[in-house]
Structures are given as C-alpha cells and as structure tokens.
Design a protein around this ligand. Structure first.
Ligand code: FMN
Length: 207
C-alpha cells in the first residue's frame, strides 16, 4: 500500500439480534473499572460503534441515537492498544459512520498518554480499547443557535448509554469518563481545535 493511501478497515456488519433482553441489559449495566488484558473481536467493536452512532435506517440515514434536527454533531474515535483488537493494529482510528469502517488517524498505542490527561484513571490504559466521543458543536449551533449548546451534551448521553447497554449485552464492560483535560485529550488524539471531547469510554472484558 502506498504511503499516501489511508489505512481503512471495514468492520463486520452489526447484528440486530442478541441473546440478552433489553431489560436484562438495563438491570445488569454497571460502570466497570477493572479489565482483563484480553483482546476484543472486530465484531464486538463493530457492535459497540454501531450502537453509539451507526446507521439504523439506510434509506433515511437516521442513526441508532436521536439527534436534534438530525444535525449529528458527534464524531467517534477509537484508541486501540497493541494486540488489543482482532486484526487491528495499535493506533487512533476515526469511525466512518456511512461506511461502518475505521480510518487510521495515528499509529501507536496512546492509552497511557490518554490516562495521564484524564487524572491518571488507570483503567483507561488497562482496557484494550478506549472510545472517545467528540462533538463538532457548530453542526448543531448553526441550526439552533445557543440552544444547540444544550443539545450536544444531551446527545452524548444518548450515545454513552447505548455503549453501556451494548457492552453489557456482549459481556463487556465500560465506564463513562467525564473527568479529563479537554485540550490535552485533543492533543493526545491529534485532533483540530473544533473537536470537543466529551466522553472517554474504556472498553474490555470485565476482570
Ligand atoms: C457525566 C458523567 C461523568 C462521569 N465521569 C466519570 C469519571 O471521570 N470517572 C469514573 O470513574 N466514572 C465516571 N462516571 C461514572 C459514574 O461514577 C457512575 O455512573 C456512578 O458511580 C454510578 O455507577 P453505575 O454507572 O455503575 O450505575 C461518570 C458518569 C457520568 C454520567
């Protein structure tokens, strides 16, 4: 592959049936802060990303989470450790919603750096994967003005809850992390200024 060609990984199609009922997932959902070093599969990662922001109706393009005026301000990045996801190398990846794929944004394991800028919450580097939900506020504020500033964090809550419930249903664990330094997280993730990180969600097998 040429140096200029981006690394793109097409994820397996998400499943729309599972073995745990919604009621059971709601009952069992708990914040998990201890993970085994076990890797996760591509299909597990696929399912988690789809639940957070994937397309659930291909004709309308509407997604698994509601969005004010369907302005969809959220962008999702995935931090993978070394040998942490089946056949996916370490690095920072961007989740492409339309193609349900990942694009490599930066090669390297940045979990330790990410934990450092999030008050050294060690489960960020213990988990094989960290999902970071960022927002591009302008997509919503251009439409709704200052009211949009309220809508965007509400939407992150929807996405975060879907990740929690999907993780539970897959036998995985996560925790929603809001305590971190925004600018430093952006630097670790090599993102432009307009991206505002709102949640870090470590993901892995509960220890
Ligand atoms: C907005 C928000 C921010 C949070 N930030 C953190 C955090 O930085 N670190 C952490 O360990 N847990 C964090 N949590 C998780 C809460 O501590 C957790 O949800 C709470 O203790 C209740 O436990 P449960 O999720 O198991 O029901 C956060 C939760 C929310 C909703």
């Amino acid at each position: 592959m040429g140096a200029s060609q981006p690394v793109q990984i097409y994820l397996p199609s998400p499943s729309q049936k599972g073995i745990m009922s919604l009621e059971e997932a709601i009952t069992r959902r708990r914040s998990v802060r201890h993970f085994t070093p076990e890797s996760i599969s591509q299909s597990q990662l696929s399912q988690i990303l789809w639940s957070a922001q994937g397309i659930s109706n291909t004709s309308s393009g509407y997604r698994t989470v509601p969005s004010a005026g369907a302005t969809y301000p959220l962008e999702i990045f995935v931090v993978c450790g070394t040998n942490c996801v089946e056949k996916i190398g370490d690095g920072i990846y961007h989740y492409n919603i339309d193609s349900h794929s990942l694009t490599l944004h930066y090669r390297g394991d940045v979990r330790l750096d990410l934990a450092r800028v999030a008050l050294n919450q060690e489960f960020i580097y213990e988990a094989p994967v960290d999902i970071i939900i960022c927002a591009l506020y302008e997509r919503t504020t251009l439409h709704y003005g200052s009211r949009g500033e309220r809508y965007v964090p509400i939407e992150v809550g929807h996405a975060g809850q879907n990740i929690y419930l999907q993780a539970t249903a897959l036998g995985l664990g996560t925790v929603a992390i809001g305590a971190f330094h925004d600018v430093e997280v952006r630097e670790v993730l090599r993102l432009d200024k307009q991206y505002k990180p709102l949640y870090i969600m470590p993901l892995g097998k509960p220890a």
